[in-house]
Design a protein around this ligand. Structure first.
Ligand code: HEM
Length: 206
């Protein structure tokens, strides 16, 4: 937020991001995210009240899901948390060519779930379960779409605006790619970069 406001104070800036823009953005989020969900829930509950057999079916499905089950030959007891090794799935050479190499083309999928290039190794509709960074199913990550929009926009903006060099002699010229401990795959060493501006959208008229 400070960065955005600082930009506004720069006399050279031609694109002004004001408090009104920021307030409008948050109002958008609240209106888009709250009224819509509340109204959808009201309609769904109204239909369930009017259709008791559907209500009871939904209830019995929830109760069945909380019982002992068998997955892939393994008995899963009631109330047991099951953790899937997503890292191993997404580095499995049976699913991926050169799983440890950086080939971003392998993720190019069109919005309709079609592969974009021959090199693409993701099926797109999430049915083959070889690409599962957000988990899957009922308890899959609800932030998937937001995360994709946020991360793709931020990374694209960084590439558009900066040459990024590794800072600090101890790293040499390559970034140390060792993963650190923990559930969410942090980097073992903090990423410290020296950004060199090659495009400043705030000095360009749009
Ligand atoms: C790169 C970004 C992200 C990754 C890789 C990620 C990954 C995951 C994974 C693997 C799970 C467990 C899914 C499962 O058990 O099958 C999860 C759950 C969850 N994530 Fe994310 N996530 C990301 C971003 C977000 C964001 C932006 C939000 C919210 C705005 C979010 C909210 C949640 C919540 C609430 C759960 C728990 C869902 C449940 O237990 O029912 N995540 N996430």
């Amino acid at each position: 937020m400070d960065i955005l406001l600082d930009v506004c104070h720069d006399e050279k800036a031609e694109v002004k991001i004001t408090r009104t823009h920021i307030k409008a953005f948050f109002v958008d989020l609240f209106i888009a995210g709250t009224g819509t969900s509340a109204e959808s829930m009201q309609w769904a509950i109204a239909e369930l009240i009017n259709h008791p057999s559907v209500f009871n079916k939904a209830l019995s499905q929830q109760e069945n899901a909380a019982k002992i089950c068998k997955i892939n030959g393994y008995d899963i007891p009631e109330k047991i948390a099951v953790a899937i090794n997503l890292y191993a799935i997404m580095r499995d050479p049976d699913s991926w060519d050169d799983p440890n190499e950086f080939h971003p083309e392998r993720f190019l999928v069109l919005l309709n779930g079609q592969k974009k290039l021959d090199q693409c190794q993701v099926e797109g509709k999430g049915q083959t379960f070889n690409f599962v960074p957000f988990g899957a199913g009922r308890r899959g990550c609800p932030g998937t779409t937001l995360a994709f929009s946020m991360i793709q926009t931020a990374v694209a903006a960084l590439v558009q605006c900066f040459d990024l060099k590794v800072s600090g002699e101890e790293y040499g010229t390559k970034v140390d790619m060792q993963p650190g401990p923990g559930m969410s795959l942090s980097m073992a060493r903090r990423l410290i970069v020296r950004p060199i501006v090659h495009f400043n959208p705030f000095t360009t008229s749009i």
